[in-house]
Ligand binder design. Structure first.
Ligand code: 13P
Length: 342
């Protein structure tokens, strides 16, 4: 457990968080479609290389989650992308799930696949430099979902994955994502997330996972995207901290939130509001940081537009977002920073 805990703590070192750059082939194509760029292997490499070579981001980014293709890829100059990260002291991680697939006899719900052969794949990824991994389960909120069936099968799979990671000496990032799609209230999100987290931690305990050597990557407690009753950052922070205090043991070193479709500014402001409460003395036993995909990348993606001439502008856009989220992880962000120095 010693090494796992050291790695987990390094990932949530003060002022640092994770860049999730592990979009599957289908998801990265969607992102590239939004900027009119073809999703070729070279374009994917160029885009990820520009993120990994943005100036000074190692002050803000401790780890990067890679997709299988990327962990094998070399930069244009021939250096493996993993080495480019390692030379900056950034820890490489790897997505190991095979995606959320329809759950039999549960319309509208999914179970995440990828356990078959995982022990061997973890060994291969370890050899390629991965020191942490990620597995994402998703849950949809409706009037009567998520079902306990969906909650239980995904919790079991997360437990199996986490135990196999720790056996291999890899820190598991445990990602149960209650999706923000829908018109549900913030209270309903809290209720569903609490049920999901209770089941996940029961399975982690049952399957002998050492909590000091994991990181939790959850959703924040938010109203559904189509809910008319909006919530302030401080209301979101209060609900999120209450929910996690009740369901997440204090032995977990860090909670690294996903952005989940929130705007860049909201993802940053909400994380900041939680850390401001912590700084003001609210009981918060874990480091609270970010593991954002969209909220760290969308400014860079739109600055880049698939054109090499925009590489430096895209790097700067990514570095700016990484800096602001670093401030939020310390509770020292303010909205004025969005435009300062630009
Ligand atoms: P978002 O921050 O875009 O939700 O992505 C994080 C992630 O890794 C989802 O699995």
């Amino acid at each position: 457990m010693g090494d796992l805990a050291v790695t987990a703590q390094a990932i949530v070192a003060p002022g640092k968080g994770i860049l999730a750059a592990d979009e599957s082939s289908g998801t990265i194509k969607k992102r590239f479609d939004s900027i009119g760029t073809e999703s070729t292997e070279t374009n994917r490499r160029d885009y990820r290389e520009l993120l990994f070579t943005a100036p000074d981001v190692s002050a803000f980014i401790s780890g990067v989650i890679l997709f299988d293709e990327t962990i094998h890829q070399k930069a244009a100059g021939g250096t493996p992308l993993v080495q480019i990260l390692e030379r900056q002291g950034i820890i490489p991680g790897i997505k190991v799930d095979a995606g959320a697939k329809p759950l039999p006899f549960a319309p509208g719900e999914t179970v995440t696949e990828g356990l078959d052969g995982l022990r061997d794949r973890l060994q291969a990824y370890l050899g390629l430099g991965a020191r942490f991994a990620k597995w994402r389960a998703t849950y949809t909120i409706t009037a009567d979902l998520p079902s306990q069936y969906c909650i239980d099968v995904n919790a079991h799979a997360l437990g199996r994955y986490a135990a196999l990671c720790q056996e291999a000496g890899i820190v598991p990032i445990v990602e149960p994502e209650v999706l923000m799609d829908g018109d549900h209230t913030i209270e309903r999100c809290e209720e569903a997330t609490t049920a999901v987290l209770e089941a996940v931690f029961a399975q982690l305990f049952e399957q002998r996972v050492g909590l000091e050597g994991i990181l939790l990557k959850p959703n924040m407690i938010l109203p559904g995207a189509d809910c008319s009753a909006r919530a302030s950052s401080d209301e979101i922070a209060a609900a999120t901290l209450r929910c996690f205090r009740r369901a997440v043991p204090a032995a977990v070193p860090g909670i690294v939130f996903l952005s989940g479709g929130q705007s860049d500014e909201a993802a940053t402001a909400n994380l900041d509001a939680m850390n401001k409460r912590k700084a003001a003395g609210e009981v918060v036993p874990w480091a609270l940081s970010f593991s954002y995909g969209r909220a760290l990348q969308s400014a860079a993606l739109h600055a880049w537009k698939g054109d090499a001439a925009n590489t430096d502008a895209a790097r700067a856009a990514f570095a700016h977002r990484a800096h602001l989220n670093s401030e939020a992880s310390r509770g020292s962000y303010s909205p004025e920073m969005e435009t300062a120095g630009r």
